[in-house]
Design a protein around this ligand. Structure first.
Ligand code: MG
Length: 259
């Protein structure tokens, strides 16, 4: 059993386990770059799903972590426009100029899991949508910067919330970030809102997915009849950026980026 998992319930990772997660995270980041190069008007989300799965599996020891997870039918989650998360890839869902598409990828590599999401523009997007993407990405960076030892879970959420609400957008509260590493979803929850110095204390060896989901309109959500796709209650657009990071003595280490 991993260090710390008995005493704290935080399922802490050793430096070696974090290095393994980073190797998987590099494959994940490369997958995002590969998928991005195929995002264009006219491509279906089923095609993007296959491109992502083939690319992940082309790396020995790597597999798409979401395929079959809780019964999910795709290899990755692909959510378009007002869809927030958990969109099911479909040949009927064809991207159009001006859309945005969120690709959320989990990779299992040498027994360890990483998780990261990006929202891409499809061709030219309008000004408000561009600002939505910029603000969401910036809020993720702020959340990551707060993920340092002796800060608390609430510091991450407060940092994200401040960026989003200052910009006039709303933060989804019904979905949260989470622990990740030995499993795709570990016990600790990382809300994208909160108050400084509240919640669990962050300690070195903690590995978490930080994932703000930001809406142009209402923060409220609903789930479609497919029982997977979560959409904004008002039909306005939503963006989602996510990284897996490790809390270390030297500060936050992003595990899902290219070296
Ligand atoms: Mg994810």
């Amino acid at each position: 059993m991993a260090i710390g998992s008995l005493s704290s319930g935080l399922q802490l990772k050793s430096p070696r386990e974090i290095d393994t997660m980073h190797r998987g995270g590099v494959i994940l980041a490369a997958t995002h770059a590969h998928v991005k190069s195929h995002v264009r008007p006219g491509i279906s989300t089923a095609e993007l799903d296959r491109i992502a799965e083939d690319f992940i599996r082309s790396h020995a020891g790597a597999e798409p972590a979401f395929k079959g997870l809780y019964g999910f039918p795709g290899a990755v989650c692909i959510s378009v426009n007002e869809e927030i998360v958990h969109g099911i890839p479909s040949s009927k869902c064809v991207l159009a100029e001006g859309d945005i598409v969120t690709v959320d990828i989990g990779v299992k590599y040498e027994g360890m899991f990483t998780d990261a999401a990006v929202t891409h523009p499809v061709g030219q997007i309008d000004e408000v949508t561009q600002r939505l993407l910029d603000v969401t990405e910036r809020s993720l960076a702020a959340g990551i910067a707060a993920a340092v030892p002796d800060n608390h879970v609430g510091d991450i959420g407060a940092a994200i919330q401040a960026v989003v609400e200052t910009a006039g957008f709303s933060i989804v509260r019904e979905l949260v970030g989470h622990g990740v590493g030995f499993a795709p979803h570990e016990e600790i929850q990382i809300p994208n809102y909160g108050k400084p110095k509240r919640g669990k204390k962050l300690v070195p060896g903690l590995t978490i997915a930080i994932e703000p989901m930001v809406n142009v309109g209402t923060a409220k959500t609903r789930t479609l009849a497919d029982k997977w796709t979560v959409v904004t209650a008002d039909g306005k657009r939503s963006a989602h950026f996510e990284h897996t990071i490790a809390v270390t003595e030297d500060g936050p280490r992003i595990l899902t980026i290219l070296p």
